[in-house]
Design a binder for this molecule. Structure first.
Ligand code: ATP
Ligand code: MG
Length: 565
């Protein structure tokens, strides 16, 4: 059975069992506290907390996931940074018996796979002193497995690895049961059985829930009888292409490259572009981690492009959006490759020189980062090869100092110029917020502030966007800003906790370290941002807004200059 059929058969199986099939949500989660979607249950989280599910109590999905925390694991037989998670979920519908029986039926009867063993939670296996030591044994799951016919020696009791949550200080949590096939965990079934309060006291939930996750790649490995996930049809075409490009790459590196290019393709397809912050930084980092192999294995220039094409071929039927964005995806990858190659040529010599002198100090690491775009991890990797260390702490201190200096610089620009200039600056600040909101309305939510600079004459705004803006788009943005100026919106300032601000939907300049309490400026319902100000009182004070220039700032980042008159 190929992976396409496998995906279908899972969803059909659960549809027949009364589940509503819900499409994968975006890799960019609506929950702003996490960078990426890492599990199928994420989009259903509110339903476990009591909100009514619009899909009914039982759902199933195949969810795109990215786990950056597993990046160091990639290369073993079962870990990836991008994978698809098959899952069935119930919010107060069914519980342990049905969930376990359905899982068994799907694995053993539908797919005819042999379960090697299963695990259930037991406090016996929890270390003394851990609060989970006092949680009750999951006898119910044990008995259900026994009743199904799994022999006792194949039902293993495990400790905290078989207990999930709570994710914060308090929240739902409960025991899990896992299915193992050919030596690896394939399916994890979580029972949201309790509510755990801040004192770690458990109360049975009135409406318990079921949350399951099964890696499609791991399941395909079992079904297609492969040693690792990289030999399944979800990877094979990419690995084959790599073999065509170079005969020198080791198996381990082939796995890393094929995993990373896949993650890159999916991230770019969701409007994420290489940058030095947040998701863009993750993307840049994984792309650069592969590009660095080019010289070592004598790969051709732009070798990532044919690999990305293979990835798109594998998934176009399931995720048509990656096919429709193919050109964008390939351009972004090629640009990043070229940009990094250039920096590498000059930077690698410099890095080798620094490393040859001994451990790398924070300032040197920051200089390599600033001038050549070497991510810190890459400097560390290079240093490790010669047995050298990098001063991480020192690097961060330099970075912080640098930020402070540039901030002081922009504040100082208005020093001594007098009141008029300060008022002009406030107007341009407010205009910047309106521009940011308008860009997101016209171009999409992938638009993020990457930088901003204000002089008495003009504002400059850098933002993530892969393409040159069209004349029409520029006009639309101008129009929208001017319209909001005419609306004479009140610019309101409110102080609140940072978390509260983010929750309320305020935009933040990420990677900026904010204090616990922040100021949020909003202009009507149009714009809301965390900002230190200053701003004007009403938008009508701004006059007429005009975009004077739109140009590229760096790969995936555009720069706008605008004036008020
Ligand atoms: P492991 O211990 O093997 O890392 P996990 O406990 O992190 O797995 P869960 O968080 O329970 O896994 O995720 C549910 C399922 O998703 C797993 O049973 C597995 O099939 C799959 N999965 C998890 N992480 C990865 C990954 N990095 N690559 C591929 N599949 C994964
Ligand atoms: Mg894991």
């Amino acid at each position: 059975m190929n992976s396409f059929q496998l995906r279908e058969s899972f969803l059909e199986f659960f549809e027949k069992k009364g589940h509503k099939i819900v499409p994968s949500s975006s890799l960019i989660p609506s929950d702003p506290s996490v960078l990426f979607t890492t599990a199928g249950m994420q989009q259903f989280k509110p339903y476990y907390l009591g909100e009514e599910s619009s899909f009914g109590p039982n759902v199933a999905s195949c969810q795109k996931c990215v786990r950056t925390s597993d990046v160091e694991e990639v290369g073993d037989e079962r870990h990836l940074t991008f994978f698809e998670m098959l899952g069935n979920f119930s919010f107060g519908g069914y519980f342990k018996e049905e969930a376990i029986k359905m899982a068994y039926e799907f694995i053993a009867e539908e797919l005819k796979l042999e379960i090697e063993y299963v695990t259930v939670f037991s406090p016996e296996k929890v270390e003394k002193g851990d609060w989970r030591k006092s949680v009750a044994e999951d006898e119910e799951s044990y008995k259900i497995w026994e009743k199904i016919g799994i022999p006792k020696n194949k039902i293993k009791k495990e400790g905290i690895d078989n207990f999930w949550g709570p994710t914060g200080e308090e929240g739902p949590c409960g025991p899990t049961t896992e299915i193992y096939i050919n030596g690896i965990e394939v399916w994890n079934i979580v029972f949201n059985e309790y509510f755990c309060d801040k004192e770690k006291k458990l109360k049975k939930l009135e409406k318990p829930g079921v949350d399951t996750g099964m890696g499609l790649e791991r399941l395909a490995r079992s079904l297609q009888k492969k040693e690792t996930i990289f030999e399944t049809d979800l990877f094979e075409p990419v690995i084959k292409e790599l073999n065509n490009l170079s005969g020198e790459i080791s198996a381990g590196e082939k796995r890393i490259i094929s995993d990373h290019i896949k993650t890159a393709v999916f991230l770019i397809s969701e409007g994420i572009f290489p940058s030095n912050v947040e998701r863009g930084y993750v993307l840049r980092r994984i792309l650069r981690r592969t590009i660095i192999y080019r010289k070592r294995f004598d790969l051709p220039n732009n070798f990532l492009v044919p690999l990305a094409k293979k990835v798109i071929e594998i998934y176009e039927k399931v995720y048509p959006e990656i096919k429709s964005k193919e050109t964008d995806i390939l351009v972004v990858i090629q640009k990043e490759e070229e940009k990094f190659e250039e920096a590498l040529t000059s930077g690698l010599n410099e890095a080798t020189l620094v490393i040859s002198k001994g451990d790398v100090g924070g300032e040197d690491a920051f200089r390599l980062y600033q001038s050549y775009g070497f991510p810190l991890e890459l400097i560390e990797e290079e240093a490790k090869k010669s047995g050298r260390k990098v001063d991480r702490q020192g690097f961060y201190e330099c970075q912080k100092k640098h930020q402070e200096i540039s901030r002081a610089g922009s504040e100082g620009k208005f020093g001594g110029v007098g009141k008029e200039a300060n008022y002009q600056s406030a107007k341009l600040h407010t205009a910047t917020h309106l521009l940011h909101a308008a860009l997101r309305k016209v171009l999409g939510d992938h638009v993020k502030q990457m930088g901003s600079d204000i002089t008495p004459e003009r504002l400059r705004f850098d933002f993530s966007h892969p393409l040159k803006m069209t004349k029409e788009e520029i006009e639309k943005v101008e129009e929208l800003v001017n319209q909001e100026i005419k609306e004479d919106l009140e610019v309101e300032k409110r102080e609140m906790k940072y978390e509260e601000a983010i929750e309320s939907g305020a935009l933040a300049f990420f990677k900026e370290k904010y204090p616990e309490k922040v100021s949020v400026y909003s202009a009507g319902n149009f714009s809301k941002e965390i900002c230190a100000g200053p701003h004007v009182k009403r938008t009508s004070e701004l006059g007429t807004f005009k975009i004077t220039k739109e140009e590229s700032s760096s790969a995936g980042v555009r720069r706008i200059r605008a004036t008020l008159s």
